[in-house]
Design a protein around this ligand. Structure first.
Ligand code: GDP
Ligand code: MG
Length: 175
């Protein structure tokens, strides 16, 4: 059946990490509300939103999304948000090498301290600004066994695909 209590249905805690300004909040807003607000506010601490996604095999995945603040002074709080997370989206801005360095820092931190088996995805956001691209991270992603995708929260390019790819990679209940 496809009822809300279907045993195939999944709930997944998901965290977004990455430098301030790379577009984490805009990615979440695009996915959850289908909107892009260029005047959106800087995230303070962290914010929580949830969204469900129906997969082709009719599994319903409920994402519980923790969108963190990228500022240094909140970095010490990050473990509170990625602890117990089934998936992590590490975001950088394709026009910003500094943001890619920061993304590599988060990948290492998750490799060391994330839940075993956490689904880690590397996202190069602001793909609409490809004329100013200064980061190419395919090779890095492959080396670190991460799924990699470029997105644009502005144009919506690859936003749903991002969450679908995460959903597909979540461990399925064995019973
Ligand atoms: P966060 O600090 O990572 O949460 O970043 P925000 O979501 O607050 O976005 C930071 C800035 O980047 C804002 O001015 C957004 O309008 C802009 N932005 C976010 N996503 C995109 C995108 O895909 N393309 C472009 N061109 N700008 C974006
Ligand atoms: Mg934010």
């Amino acid at each position: 059946s496809s009822s809300a209590t279907d045993s195939k249905d999944l709930r997944a805690k998901l965290v977004l990490l990455g430098d301030s300004g790379v577009g984490k909040s805009c990615i979440v807003l695009r996915f959850v509300r289908g909107q892009f607000d260029p005047t959106s506010k800087v995230t303070v601490g962290a914010s929580f939103l949830s969204q469900t996604l129906a997969l082709e095999d009719s599994t319903i995945v409920k994402f519980e999304i923790w969108d963190t603040a990228g500022q240094e002074r909140y970095a010490a709080l990050a473990p509170l948000y990625y602890r117990g997370a089934a998936a992590a989206i590490v975001v950088y801005d394709i026009t910003s090498p500094e943001s890619f360095s920061k993304a590599q820092y988060w990948v290492k931190e998750l490799q060391k301290h994330g839940s075993p088996g956490i689904v880690m995805v590397l996202v190069g956001n602001k793909a609409d600004l490809h004329e100013n691209r200064s980061v190419s991270s395919q090779e890095y992603a492959e080396k670190n066994n991460m799924f990699f995708i470029e997105t644009s929260a502005k144009t919506a390019d690859n936003i749903n695909q991002l969450f679908e790819e995460i959903a597909k990679r979540l461990p399925r209940p064995t019973a």
